[in-house]
Design a protein around this ligand. Structure first.
Ligand code: AMP
Ligand code: MG
Length: 407
């Protein structure tokens, strides 16, 4: 069961509005077993709309279009649909009274332009828009379903969740697709792929698909198929194969996993952050309830703060540099004592783009985690050449060092 999405609107083509509608629709359709094969963005022009509808009709059984349903002159979708489906606009009494009610609620008089929103193509089934004035429309032609929806994201979502998806399920009876996401950290996509060759080859016979979705030091592995039992079995095999490289499943985040482990063990954590500038504590405090395990952070960006607040040995900074194993280990060890926690995470590195040397190029980051009886440290050589990503990945790896070596 294949579908296409067509996003209509000049604002999408000049980068003024991001097409978030298509992604959301694609995600929701996949959950009910309808696969989106293509997403296109087109201009507010009759010929472009007709061309796009005609082409999509040759390829798929469902075409969803969004945009161009406003009451103003630049919105042409409704008229174009009448032309394409050889029908004309008629007044829909139910839609009209809904519009009138809506305006009464807002205490605004209904204009002709608003009333015209109740003029709808005669052959279309109406998908009501309970929060706005532009209705959704459902057309059928030669066993292909076309759905036209307003561009306003909240209204588009409301229409589909209230009636659209149920109607699609009744009409097409798609076989739901099951997704399992396995979240990994620390291994590059190519390394993972090599490690998983044999396991991955076994998927094809079972009609399962695998996707590698890399993002900033992490790779999500997504298994897709129709057989839940098989997916669970393959996930269990993968869990055995990859061990601690897997930090979580489905929508779980690294900070959530770490938070849960800390709660379970009744332990607390603090951070001493130089190059990450507080980003680790930001990640840890994103979750409500984090006060149970996160005590605080010392953002020791300047060497004076490392020396005066964190009590790092000034001599070591002078001889080894702030970006060094001995300094990052002292940061972690001392922060743990100063902030009175079970663990402390520390970072010191060169996030760039300036400040690199041949000995310590941009992307050199030392991370350390201290507990009562030991301190573990790792040197990262990140090649991103992008400050934001270097900081994010350093923060995630520092958190993960706590997870893999202490929790
Ligand atoms: P329209 O139905 O064309 O009048 O769209 C109304 C508003 O919805 C536009 O001004 C955009 O801000 C927004 N919009 C339209 N299409 C999209 C889309 N594909 N993704 C996100 N927002 C959109
Ligand atoms: Mg528009």
């Amino acid at each position: 069961m294949l579908a296409e999405i067509i996003a209509i609107g000049d604002e999408l083509l000049i980068g003024q509005t991001l097409d978030t509608n298509s992604g959301w629709i694609g995600e929701q359709l996949s959950l009910i077993g309808i696969k989106v094969q293509q997403i296109s963005s087109i201009t507010d022009q009759e010929s472009a709309i007709i061309e796009a509808l005609e082409a999509a009709k040759q390829r798929v059984k469902l075409v969803i279009i969004t945009g161009g349903l406003g009451p103003t002159k630049d919105d042409l979708t409704k008229q174009t649909l009448c032309e394409y489906f050889k029908t004309s606009l008629v007044l829909d009494q139910a839609v009209l009274s809904h519009i009138e009610k809506l305006y009464k609620k807002y205490r605004v008089p209904v204009s002709k332009m608003n009333r015209d929103q109740a003029l709808l193509p005669e052959t279309a089934k109406i998908l009501p828009n309970s929060i706005g004035t532009a209705s959704g429309m459902w057309f059928e032609q030669e066993a292909v379903v076309f759905i036209s929806l307003p561009g306003v994201p909240a209204e588009m979502k409301q229409i589909l969740t209230e009636t659209g998806f149920t109607k699609l399920q009744t009409f097409f009876k798609p076989d739901p697709i099951i997704y399992k996401t396995i979240r990994t950290i620390g291994l590059a996509e190519s390394k993972l792929a090599t490690l998983l060759t044999e396991w991955e080859n076994s998927l094809e016979l079972l009609n399962l698909k695998l996707a590698y979705l890399p993002a900033s030091g992490m790779v999500r592995l997504r298994i897709t198929g129709h057989n839940l039992k098989m997916i669970e079995q393959k996930t269990a095999e993968l869990t055995k194969l990859l061990g601690p490289v897997i930090y979580g499943y489905d929508k779980e985040t690294l900070e959530e996993i770490i938070g849960n482990l800390l709660i379970k063990q009744g332990k607390t954590v603090a951070t001493a952050e130089s190059c990450t500038g507080g980003s680790i504590s930001r990640l840890l405090t994103r979750l409500s309830g984090s006060s149970a395990y996160f005590k605080g952070a010392i953002v020791s960006y300047d060497n004076d703060v490392k020396i005066n607040v964190l009590k790092v040995n000034a001599q070591d900074i002078a001889t080894q540099g702030a970006v060094s194993q001995t300094v990052v280990e002292q940061m972690a060890t001392n922060a743990r004592q100063i902030l009175q926690t079970d663990f402390a995470i520390a970072t010191s590195g060169i996030a760039g783009p300036t400040g690199g040397t041949t000995e310590k190029p941009v992307g050199t980051v030392w991370i350390a985690v201290a507990s009562e009886d030991r301190v573990e440290s790792v040197k990262l050589d990140l090649a991103y050449k992008n400050r934001e990503r270097t900081v994010l990945v350093s923060s995630q790896y520092a958190l993960d060092l706590l997870r893999t070596t202490f929790l």
